[in-house]
Design a protein. Structure first.
Length: 138
């Protein structure tokens, strides 16, 4: 199952476990849309070739991507807060356990040397290729 499908399945599971009322469902949909916007942004590729831009512009692109992702995370936090405020105490206990796991990890979305770095790539899985000895070794 790809990461997007896995996240959608997880969101559906959390939604079911929360047993939302009609009023709460509206808040849930706002939360789900905010999560979807972040995921869509993470999978969006920049059509501009990286190699034809100087180093400073390449770095600025990375800053722009991270700034956009931060904005998306703030939207998620706002939607989560509104949802949480609308839950009863038992639903909040469930949300405390399950809701944080529905927020996707952030990836810069920009690779060095022109390669991919989305959630499925080695960089997206957390590999750090910065030279020097490997972690734990010299």
């Amino acid at each position: 199952m790809n990461p997007r499908d896995a996240l959608q399945a997880q969101l559906s599971d959390v939604e079911q476990r929360l047993s939302l009322s009609a009023r709460q469902q509206v808040l849930w949909e706002s939360y789900r849309e905010a999560i979807g916007a972040l995921m869509a942004d993470q999978y969006r590729m920049d059509p501009r070739p990286v190699t034809r831009v100087d180093a400073v512009k390449q770095i600025q692109r990375k800053v722009d991507v991270v700034r956009n992702r931060l904005s998306a995370m703030e939207d998620i936090a706002e939607a989560a807060s509104a949802l949480y405020e609308g839950l009863d105490p038992d639903q909040r206990k469930t949300a405390d356990r399950l809701l944080p796991g529905t927020v996707p990890a952030l990836y810069s979305g920009l690779a060095t040397n022109g390669g991919g770095s989305g959630p499925g790539s080695a960089e997206g899985r957390g590999r750090r290729d910065r030279g020097g000895p490997p972690p734990g070794g010299r």
